[in-house]
Design a binder for this molecule. Structure first.
Ligand code: AMP
Length: 204
């Protein structure tokens, strides 16, 4: 199954994808993770965009994601989380002849998005994501070492939500028109959202 995970920043695209890719036996490819890896390089072109909450240029992200999708493990399907984010990126997939079976559109109220994003913390050693606003941090996790993503600071969060509305939301109608998009209420807690996502994949 070739699946796109859509939704504003903080909707839970990464958390939902991480919990279902094993069940579907397909890789989870997160454009944001690819960008974060790339931003660690000394001559990184992506870092300045990411830090401001702007999208990196289409040509750059299309090259990075295109390379990842060309690998063997994507032959039989994948979950693409955070790509495409512009019409140009969607056209890139079409030009490559990649047929999308299902687009899951995670819908969350804006207030809840800000609550989730501002509480998000990452373990810098494992990359594991926790949330001080929405979950109990498990025993054994050293809370003191958890860090906030630089782009989860309040002014950058606002910018990312604005960029989403302007550049990415139009894609929803693009895929709705193709009949492959399903809306999922992503306001509830994660286990319920995961169940609802799996339900809309049954007929894909
Ligand atoms: P995310 O973890 O999905 O919120 O992505 C983090 C950052 O990576 C975004 O704010 C962008 O700067 C960059 N990024 C991720 N995916 C894309 C994309 N499809 N197009 C452009 N920039 C992206």
């Amino acid at each position: 199954m070739k699946l796109l995970m859509f939704g504003p920043p903080g909707a839970g695209k990464g958390s939902v994808s991480a919990r279902i890719h094993g069940k579907l036996d397909i890789p989870h490819i997160a454009a944001g993770d690819i960008v974060r890896e790339e931003s660690k390089k000394a001559d990184s072109k992506v870092k300045p965009y990411m830090e401001k909450g702007e999208l990196v240029p289409d040509e750059l992200i299309m090259e990075l994601v295109g390379e990842r999708l060309s690998r063997d493990d994507c032959k039989d399907g994948f979950i693409l989380d955070g790509f495409p984010r512009t019409i140009k990126q969607a056209e890139f997939l079409e030009q490559k002849g990649i047929q999308i079976d299902r687009v899951v559109n995670l819908e969350v109220d804006e207030e809840e998005l800000v609550r989730r994003l501002s509480g998000r913390r990452m373990d810098p050693d494992t990359g594991e994501i926790y949330n001080i606003n929405t979950m109990e941090i498990p025993e054994g996790v050293d809370k003191g070492k958890l860090v906030q993503r630089p782009d989860d600071k309040p002014d950058v969060i606002r910018n990312r939500i604005g960029v989403y509305k302007k550049q990415t939301q139009p894609l929803i109608e693009h895929y709705r028109g193709k009949g492959v998009l399903r809306d999922v209420d992503a306001n509830p807690a994660l286990p319920e959202v995961v169940e609802n996502v799996l339900a809309v994949l049954k007929d894909a």
